[in-house]
Design a protein around this ligand. Structure first.
Ligand code: CP
Length: 312
């Protein structure tokens, strides 16, 4: 099987079969990264560029390590130390990178739709590493990989996503992806942080965390972007934590064996209590490892589409 598109721009537009295929491939990649020899030839001769217009620890580093583990040539460009600061447009920057023989460009950008625009103007495969308030598909893929690994599957699970859904590209990608794999997705958060019309995605919307958590198999906390408080979208961090924070007491509403996940970075004691973060039910550390495996799988499958099939 080959992925249908040269790019991965979001999970809204890819099939359940393609998602399953990426997650199955990631299983093999996880064996590699947990072994003593992390070097494989899957991307030998390939060139991978990370083009980040926003800060990142997990996504950027995991893409860079994934490229290096599979023997690609990898380099990073940050907006802060590139000709973007001299006024170069995204399309011109993309074309410049493309003309250097790049096979994959991984882009994070504050504007929704920037990866789609780039993909139309370059031959390289484009991977969306987070665009504005739109999608962050590789985060959702690693979240789903983690859930499958811990729960044995996704179909039939009740998954509660709690917090700032409005600004969250992670929530949007997960809502599309998890429902495609057969989960029931419930969301809850302050009314000011729930996007109007979110129920049209198929997600069930609740105004209290408790209602969303009832019998949940998986609970995902979303990062509260602290700058939102300055804009008056919630009164105080303390109040947010009191009404929407996930602690042991609130998690009693979920199933006893409910899994807790979070895309990171976490504000300890705000969206999740420290006890929950460090508990056995938390898979946050595992998510980080799985992020490398999923990104290895995706890089491999996208470059294989363009004629690298004999390296399997
Ligand atoms: N989850 C996530 O995207 O983390 P980074 O911002 O550190 O990449």
């Amino acid at each position: 099987m080959n992925l249908k598109s040269k790019d991965l721009l979001g999970l809204k537009d890819i099939s359940a079969e393609e998602i399953d295929y990426i997650l199955e491939t990631a299983k093999t990649m996880k064996y590699i990264i947990t072994s003593n020899n992390k070097r494989t030839p899957h991307l030998q001769g390939k060139s991978i560029i990370t083009l980040f217009y926003e800060n990142s620890t997990r996504t950027r580093l995991s893409f860079e390590l994934a490229s290096k583990y599979m023997s690609a040539s990898a380099a990073n460009i940050s907006a802060s130390d590139s000709s973007v600061l001299k006024g170069e447009t995204l399309i011109d920057t993309g074309r410049t990178i493309d003309r250097m023989g790049t096979d994959v460009i991984i882009i994070r950008h504050p504007m929704s739709g920037a990866p789609q625009l780039l993909a139309k103007h370059v031959k390289a495969s484009v991977i969306n590493a987070g665009d504005g308030m739109h999608e962050h598909p590789t985060q959702a893929l690693l979240d789903m990989f983690t859930i499958k690994e811990k729960k044995g599957g996704i179909k039939g699970l009740k998954i509660a996503i709690i917090g700032d859904v409005y600004h969250s590209r992670v929530a949007r990608s997960n809502i599309w992806g998890m429902q495609k794999l057969g989960a029931e997705v419930c969301v809850a958060g302050p009314a000011t942080l729930l996007p109007p019309g979110i129920e049209k995605t198929g997600a069930r919307v609740f105004s209290t965390v408790q209602e969303a958590l009832i019998d949940a198999d998986v609970v995902m906390g979303l990062r509260i972007q602290l700058e939102r408080q300055k804009k008056g979208l919630f009164p105080t961090v303390r109040e947010y934590s009191r009404f929407f924070g996930l602690d042991d007491k609130r998690l009693l509403f979920a199933k006893e064996n409910a899994l807790v996940i979070h895309p990171g970075p976490v504000n300890r004691g705000v969206e999740l209590s420290s006890t929950v973060i460090d508990s056995d039910r938390s898979a946050i550390d595992e998510q980080v490892t799985n992020g490398v495996a999923v990104r290895m799988a995706l890089l491999y499958l996208l470059t294989r589409r363009s004629g690298n099939e004999n390296l399997n």
